[in-house]
Design a protein around this ligand. Structure first.
Ligand code: TYD
Length: 222
């Protein structure tokens, strides 16, 4: 049996990843592909337990290193028990976030650097990376407004400062993703999320088709 494909979707707040994963899944299934849609942090019973520690408000006040280890603990479990077996069984795995999220959020956004993220990825995953990474690019202003996380225009100095901090974080995140795309050009494609849902899906499907056809022909994907 042919090996399948491991495809990740990445992007900041309000980039529309979940909508697109759903649409891509439906389209690829209609084309006859076996698709597994999953997400991080989470994706398996154990990794979903770790997710609650990371994303729930009362999950704990983790130090940066402990938090990163939890992301990688969840990812190691998810990779070994779900992603790799599905890809080896010939399926297309569509994953909402993977190691590039740790690079972008912890490495760039929270400025903890890429060395530690890359070292942990090597230790926890043996350097396992997606075949294709689709990065949904959106300006932080538009993304935050879409995700409903933009602060109301209130005019109080403290709240303005907070909003600026938020925007600076999201701008680092965006630049981080663009840097990641430049660092791993063989697997990363950047698609603008500032177009209609249908157009974004079309662009993503074109990238996926290119990847699948390229691999079928045993040629390197460009
Ligand atoms: P989630 O509710 O799934 O957000 P989204 O819809 O934006 O994907 O929560 C995941 C949050 O965790 C999100 O803010 C990104 C963050 N995150 C990291 O900081 N590092 C990581 O390695 C991963 C996988 C997620």
């Amino acid at each position: 049996m042919n090996r399948g494909f491991f495809i990740t979707l990445e992007g900041g707040e309000g980039s529309g990843k979940s909508t697109q994963i759903k649409r891509l899944s439906e389209f690829l299934q209609a084309e006859g592909y076996e698709v597994v849609a999953t997400r991080e942090p989470g994706g398996t019973f154990e990794a979903e337990k770790i997710r609650t520690l990371l994303v729930n408000k009362d999950g704990g006040n983790w130090t940066p290193m402990a938090e990163m280890l939890l992301f990688f603990a969840a990812r190691a479990m998810h990779t070994e028990t779900l992603i790799k077996p599905a890809v080896e069984a010939g399926k297309i795995v569509l994953c909402d976030r993977y190691t590039d999220s740790t690079r972008a959020y912890q490495g760039y956004g929270h400025e903890r650097g890429l060395n530690v993220v890359n070292s942990l990825a090597e230790i926890a995953l043996g350097g396992y990376e997606p075949d294709l990474t689709l990065i949904l690019d959106i300006s932080p202003g538009t993304g935050l407004a879409r995700s409903g996380k933009a602060l109301a225009d209130e005019g109080k100095e403290e709240e303005c400062r907070f909003e600026n901090m938020e925007l600076a974080f999201h701008e680092r995140l965006r630049q981080g993703y663009l840097d990641i795309a430049r660092t791993y050009p063989e697997r990363c494609r950047v698609v603008s999320a500032e177009q209609s849902i249908e157009n974004v899906t079309d662009r993503l499907l074109a990238c996926i088709a290119h990847e699948i056809e390229g691999k079928d022909r045993h040629e390197p994907v460009r």
